[in-house]
Design a protein around this ligand. Sequence first.
Ligand code: MG
Length: 218
Amino acid sequence: MHYVTLKPDQKFTVGKIVCVGRNYVKHIEEMVAERTKEPVLFLKPPTALANNPEQIELPSFSNEIHHEVELALLVGRTAKKADAADWRQYIAGVGLALDLTARDVQARAKEKGLPWAVAKGFDQSCPVTDFVPLDDAGDIHKKELILTVNEEKRQHGNTAHMIFTAGILLAYISSVFTLEAGDLILTGTPAGVGQLRPGDRVQAELRGIAGLDFRITG
Ligand code: MG
């Protein structure tokens, strides 16, 4: 079973991990991508989860695994065609996740118009923290996201700069996929994505809420 913890001690079995691409303008610019009218969605399987990992092993099929630090939302109840204004009813908790990405594999897939499942869904491609109840998290649209590699700051963003906010994302995602308790939503990464190498120490923080600290092996 693949689960996440909602503090203090509630466990949720994770069904699906719905990820949002292109949700911060500066990241879109660094990827030389285009902004879209609707959120760009892709999925990771629950086997991608790495709950508070101490180590992450890089997959052998890629030479370029990138870090993407993201605000993660834990779905607390079934949502189907939900209204954006009601988003708080459906979100149980808030945490931090990394959307580890095989950038070389993704670039080849993009070139050929092929899907991103391998680039985004491999084992351990989704390190996550424990989740904090939504009501204890303050304004989730004003949170700093920070990621350092070997104590060098690589990413420092703020959820205030998300193009699509939690309500818009929940409404759009639940119009496509029925969301169920335990599903996760990864809301996109700010700028500063970059490569991870064996031996790197990765520290990531959703300021005041949650953090990760692990080593890369390979
Ligand atoms: Mg991402």
